[in-house]
Design a protein around this ligand. Structure first.
Ligand SMILES: [Zn+2]
Length: 172
């Protein structure tokens, strides 16, 4: 597989749930540095150290050791022209290991599972979802000027869609 390496050759792991883990060991075997939240680092180091004898993957076959770097609260990656800021998402019940990405130049937020936009003409949820509200609150706390949201599940939307989903109009 191809690894979506970041500007510094890193692979960013949003959180530790299985649907966001596929290929991580393959990337590590290719020599990518795995960037993950501090709590997930300990977890990966523990389970990846176990023998993989039934279906040994490349990491197991080549006896490679993963390079994993922990993001505690914030990390900034840059290639000189573009910048990706990585933050630990506080307050979420989805996963203690949740990281979000922010492209300050493009004003784009990248997130997984804490906001999955509905269909374009679907009404907002009758009761705002706690995870959506928390995401919005954390964006304010971190003072991120998000204009567009690119979720890892679903379609890209504007910040206005998130505001509507939690019952805030642009006047609020
Ligand atoms: Zn998840």
């Amino acid at each position: 597989m191809d690894c979506a390496k970041g500007p510094e050759g890193d692979e960013l792991n949003s959180h530790h749930h299985f649907d966001h883990l596929g290929g991580l060991r393959a990337c590590a075997a290719e020599g990518a540095t795995i960037l993950t939240q501090a709590a997930a680092k300990t977890y990966y180091e523990k389970i990846w150290a176990q023998p993989h004898t039934i279906f040994p993957d490349r990491m197991a076959k080549e006896r490679k050791k993963a390079v994993i770097e922990a993001v505690t609260e914030k990390r900034v990656l840059t290639d000189g022209s573009r910048t990706l800021e990585v933050y630990k998402l506080a307050g979420t019940n989805h996963a203690d290991t949740m990281l979000i990405g922010y492209l300050p130049k493009e004003k784009i937020l990248i997130e997984a599972d804490v906001y999955t936009p509905g269909a374009p003409d679907a009404p907002p949820p009758a009761q705002p979802l706690a995870e959506n509200v928390n995401l919005y609150d954390q964006l304010q706390r971190l003072k991120l000027d998000v204009q567009q949201i690119t979720p890892l599940h679903g379609r890209s939307v504007s910040i206005e869609d998130l505001r509507k989903a939690i019952g805030k109009s642009s006047a609020n």
